[in-house]
Design a protein around this ligand. Structure first.
Ligand SMILES: Nc1nc2c(c(=O)[nH]1)N[C@H]1C(S)=C(S)[C@@H](COP(=O)(O)O)O[C@H]1N2
Ligand SMILES: [Mo]
Length: 461
């Protein structure tokens, strides 16, 4: 009786697994587990799971108990519901696709006020991310399109020898332009893989893209203004309005220590992939501060303020863009004193082909994988893939970055011994030897730095 009542409520599969993975297994797949490895079970439980994922599971013996099959965990938003029948998980709710001029309808909306849309991993299969597939992360209202982009101006003030006001026209004529392929990645990328769920947009791995940016070096412009010795930190501002409509409030304003600020890879950009930067991605002019959370890369740039202390604008304090110093109890409130600013983004590898949920012709014995990997300020040393729930791993061929902060494309060929349901996993290792974890670690209330290994489901036959 008790169980019937419990499952009469709509629950997400993640919720079920969060509370008690072994019991969730039993409820979802119609069997009781008393050992942690599913393969020892066989029989009815395995049959039910195979039915649920759509095929035999050749490597079932390696499948960790309590692991949500990628076939269910795949969808965005990542909260498919389990119906009233415990034996049959209901089809996941479909993702909401973006309908926006200049953007691909393959982008998935995570929020519409403010507008937030991510690029599913399989849509990041191009070596250079096309502009129509570049994710969108607004914190406030999208401003109106600038009528005369070359007249767009921004200010550099605060701890500088000479306060500057520069127009886009002047930027173009006075400084040497550079073009770089660089990753822009939201600080919350990977957030949806935290358990329990963390506050904020539930990004899978799609809060990232790697287009070609054209602009001038931020450091060149800052040298014209001349930093005073008292300048220790920056504060970046854009012209977008706060959702409340209060013009005195900034939507988000973040900054970096001067050492990072003067890095030659930081750009003030006005072009992406050779075209004017679209309004939705911060045009006519934005900052691009690669390697660190995307929130530093102010869109609709109108001010860079040099400060004599750490910036305290919206997005700088408390738990915002901060990670725990000492691990905290997942789900706890947390103590701001135990938090530090998230700087370099962690290593991440994604499979961009095939797509999660792809069906492959019966009898296929080998498939080619493609993906991308990047690691904040660092490079990627190694990418591995597994088709047997992590029992064995194959090294992928990883390309060199075109320039610093470019992502690294990778390829691998894997064998699939028989028809059936497979999960393909990938994990990246950065140039310091740090590897992605199986589960998002260092839980924090707002879910930053989540870089669990990426996995997809494929069905052969
Ligand atoms: N002015 C302004 N700049 C901003 C934001 C914003 O809301 N307003 N969002 C930031 C965040 S959180 C991210 S991840 C990136 C996203 O850039 P994109 O929308 O071009 O993908 O822009 C950053 N710059
Ligand atoms: Mo972000």
């Amino acid at each position: 009786m008790k169980q019937v009542k419990e499952y009469a409520r709509e629950r997400s599969i993640d919720e079920l697994y969060q509370e008690d993975p072994e019991r969730a297994d039993a409820n979802v797949f119609g069997r009781k587990t008393d050992v942690g490895r599913r393969g020892f079970l066989g029989g009815a439980g395995l049959a039910a799971m195979s039915a649920a994922v759509g095929g035999a599971i050749p490597f079932a013996a390696n499948m960790p108990g309590g692991l949500i099959p990628a076939a269910f965990a795949q969808s965005t938003p990542p909260t498919p519901t389990v119906g009233t029948s415990p034996a049959a998980p209901a089809a996941p709710k479909g993702p909401q696709h973006l309908n926006f001029p200049g953007k691909s309808d393959k982008l998935v909306v995570l929020g519409d006020r403010p507008l937030v849309a991510e690029t599913p991993e399989d849509q990041l299969n191009d070596d250079t991310t096309p502009t129509n597939k570049l994710f969108v992360r607004n914190n406030g209202q999208t401003p109106d399109e600038a009528k005369d982009p070359d007249k767009w101006s921004f200010e550099i003030d605060g701890e500088v020898n000479k306060k500057l006001t520069l127009t886009l026209g002047e930027l173009k004529s006075k400084y040497k332009p550079v073009t770089r392929r660089m990753v822009l990645e939201c600080g919350g990328n990977g957030r949806s893989f935290f358990t329990p769920q963390a506050r904020g947009n539930q990004w899978t791995n799609g809060g990232a893209g790697c287009p070609e940016w054209t602009g001038v070096r931020l450091a060149d412009v800052l040298k014209t203004a001349g930093l005073k010795p008292s300048a220790v930190f920056s504060a970046h501002y854009g012209s977008d309005q706060h959702l409340s409509g209060d013009a005195s409030k900034a939507t988000v304003s973040r900054g970096v220590p001067v050492k990072k600020l003067m890095d030659e890879n930081n750009l003030i950009v006005w072009q992406v992939n050779g075209e004017p930067l679209p309004n939705i991605n911060g045009g006519p002019v934005r900052l691009l501060i690669p390697g660190w959370p995307g929130s530093l890369s102010a869109k609709w740039l109108n001010r860079i303020w040099l400060r004599d202390k750490e910036h305290d604008g919206p997005g700088m304090t408390n738990f915002s863009y901060r990670v725990p110093i000492k691990p905290m109890v997942p789900g706890d409130k947390g103590d701001p004193k135990n938090f530090k600013i998230l700087e370099s983004m962690p290593v991440r590898s994604i499979i961009t082909s095939p797509a999660n949920g792809d069906k492959i012709a019966a009898g296929t014995k080998e498939i080619k994988l493609r993906g991308a990997a990047w690691a904040g300020d660092l490079t990627v040393q190694e990418v591995d893939v597994s088709t047997d729930f992590g029992a064995t791993w194959t090294k992928a061929k990883v390309s060199k970055p075109k320039n610093k902060y470019d992502w690294q494309r990778w390829t691998a060929t894997v064998k699939l011994p028989t028809d059936g349901y497979y999960e393909i996993w990938t994990r990246g290792t950065d140039s310091r030897g740090v590897m992605q974890p199986h589960m998002a670690g260092f839980w924090n209330p707002q879910g930053y730095g989540g870089n669990a290994m990426h996995r997809i489901a494929v069905l052969v036959g």
